[in-house]
Design a protein around this ligand. Sequence first.
Ligand SMILES: [Zn+2]
Length: 319
Amino acid sequence: MHDQTIFSYQTPSGQRVEILKQSFPSSRKRPVKKIAFVSGIHGNELEGIYICHLINKFLKELKKGNPEAFLGEVHIYPTVNPQATASGTRLWPFLSIDFNRQFGNSTGDSPAAKCAEALIKDLKLSADIVVDFHASNLHLKETPQIRITEGFHKKLIPLSVHCNVDLVWVHPLSPMFKSTLGYNMNQCKVPTLVIETGIALRINQKFANRIFLGMVNLLHHLGVIATNDPPPQVNHPIIAHPSQVVSIHSEHAGLFIGHTDIKKNTTKGETLGEIVDAKNGKTLQEVTATENGFLFTIREHPLVYPNSLLYRIAKDILT
Ligand SMILES: [Zn+2]
């Protein structure tokens, strides 16, 4: 394995910040396939950094015991927004820039814009396939899932089914996605899977381990690694198209009290939680499931206003 700095910049206090790439080269002259794992675009999303650690550890051991197993090439970019990660903030510090809105057309001379340019250039050279790890925000807990912008789904669903996620959510294109890393790499015909899991500033080890096994399976499936051991068994995800996902919102301001965790087989009418009024002991809203299906997003943050997102359900799909 070797480390490389793909971009660096100087902070006002003189410190140099470096964006690192760790590479596992192929044992062949021509790698079968090249894959890249990217994490930490949002600094408060830590699951992906842990998943990169697990992948790195696994590949190092494999390299030691069986270097011939590497038919392809693996590149890991574990923390592409290092200052945001160091301070546990979503945005690029000081400038409050969302790094995942800096891709595509050049967005100026800020370090974030320059870093985005360098990252996308390096990924285009290094990878045939990219996996971009995200966690949820501080408000919502998400089941391990892959989010696909409609239009890229024909190419991405066949890859997604190997990743051990619970759900593949195909959603409509919104203008704000046009400046994300995932959208721009897919536009450049480099298939890029955006994985979303857990909750910000926490690491859900169960979710991270599941995705790690999915990534090992993906490496086998793509022929990046080949070993005598069979690839891990993975879960076949539910594939939800835009009309199949429904959201449940708060109708009041108050404290949200959840009564259920993420779960499959939720039934319509089932109580999921309540909104309570702190000052008079009243329940303002009993929150119930509006559909049968997979409850894959649940609210964790108790403070709500009218129209705050509480739950998402992928409706039961007749196959
Ligand atoms: Zn993110």
